[in-house]
Design a protein around this ligand. Structure first.
Ligand code: NAD
Length: 350
């Protein structure tokens, strides 16, 4: 056995009610004047956090937007400077975490993240930013948050159409980690455990969206999935979602949810061990088929046609997806990718 394993040094506090530790954890980081970040929709919650931490909140800034547009970041950096903020407190999903990371990249301010979705960005040293309609991604330890507080009570407000796709987005990190080029035993263990936890929790959430036990399971799975995404390289699934999301401005989690069974099926023969672990985690015979069933229970859009893409769009996407060579267990060709996209367009069982 041979492998390389790099652990990302974040401090994680997990548990029902853990958000009560925010003030204590800010003190631990030496943050005395935080910029409190959220999306506009979460401004009220950000305000509640600001109230709870008293004078440690220098400003509430509810300006986060999807895919971290550079203009939004620049305005937030100015706002932080105007109040001499010495740290970021982000309350929200991947978009809010993205803004915090983008600020940290430019200012080196320490970050405390309180996730409210299952996206997992808080555990990664990866940042994606958009400028002029182009999304650029880079990996640097400068953006890895110092502290993350996971409180399952905070994900309970997600309606089904957000929690379902968000959970599938997390599972996608873990599935790809299982066949990553640089996979290793620890990350594979975390990946399988994460798929099992989310696979148990998501169907419960679709019937009972506020179920606290299921939120605890799902957030635990999402944490593990974020660790996987942060530690090993991703392959065709993330590449295609990145290309399609950026080119056609599609909603991030919905796209991941829809694509995952098809990406997994693409690698079914080339990554048999990974697929066996996916199947075992979901208590099924076949990994891609089980992911398809889960997608059908949880996704808002169940085909590219429903997402509003045309068949011509698929031609363009296939061409873009093979432009830069990248690792995938099965070789990536324009024809095979086009076929994968067609199956997702039709919504057929892969
Ligand atoms: P998001 O943060 O955009 O949230 C989606 C919507 O849900 C928003 O309107 C938000 O206000 C709302 N919301 C969030 N939490 C809620 C809650 N508890 N209750 C009700 N509504 C809630 O979406 P996301 O899927 O969490 O993140 C997507 C973004 O994160 C994308 O930009 C993606 O590229 C990025 N991302 C980055 C990484 C990374 O490692 N860099 C990893 C995963 C995702």
């Amino acid at each position: 056995m041979e492998f390389v394993y790099n652990a990302n040094p974040s401090r994680v506090i997990f548990g029902v009610g853990a958000r009560s530790k925010v003030a204590e954890e800010l003190d631990r980081l030496g943050i005395k004047r935080a910029i409190v970040l959220s999306t506009p929709g979460h401004a009220l919650i950000a305000g509640e956090f600001a109230e709870a931490i008293g004078e440690r909140a220098a400003i509430v800034y509810p300006g986060a937007a999807q895919h971290a547009p550079v203009e939004v970041t620049e305005a937030a950096v100015q706002a932080a400077a105007s109040v001499e903020a010495d740290g970021c407190l982000a309350i929200g999903g991947g978009s809010t975490t993205g803004l915090s990371k983008a600020i940290a990249l430019r200012t080196d301010l320490p970050q405390l993240i309180v996730p409210t979705t299952f996206a997992g960005s808080e555990m990664t040293p990866i940042i994606g930013e958009t400028q002029g309609g182009r999304k650029m991604t880079r990996t640097t330890s400068r953006v890895l948050p110092e502290t993350v507080i996971y409180d399952p009570e905070l994900t309970r407000t997600m309606p089904r159409f957000i929690s379902g796709p968000s959970g599938m987005n997390a599972i996608a990190h873990s599935v790809e980690a299982l066949y990553a080029k640089d996979r290793n035993p620890i990350i594979s263990m975390m990946a399988q455990e994460s798929i099992a936890a989310l696979g148990r929790a998501l169907p419960v959430l679709m019937d009972d969206p506020r179920n606290l036990g299921a939120h605890t399971d799902a957030l635990y799975g999402a944490w593990l999935a974020g660790c996987c995404l942060g530690a090993v390289g991703m392959a065709i699934h993330h590449k295609l979602c990145h290309t399609l999301g950026g080119t056609f401005n599609l909603p991030h989690a919905d796209l991941h949810a829809l694509m995952l069974p098809y990406s997994a099926a693409y690698n079914r023969q080339a990554a048999p061990e990974a697929m066996a672990r996916v199947a075992a985690a979901l208590g099924a015979q076949d990994g891609p088929s089980a992911l398809f069933d889960l997608m059908h229970k949880t996704a808002r859009y169940k085909s590219f046609a429903q997402l509003g893409l045309t068949e011509e769009d698929l031609d363009k996407a296939a061409e873009l997806a093979v432009r830069n060579p990248y690792y995938n267990p099965r070789p990536v060709t324009i024809d095979s990718v086009r076929e994968l996209l067609q199956a997702a367009y039709d919504g057929a069982r892969p």
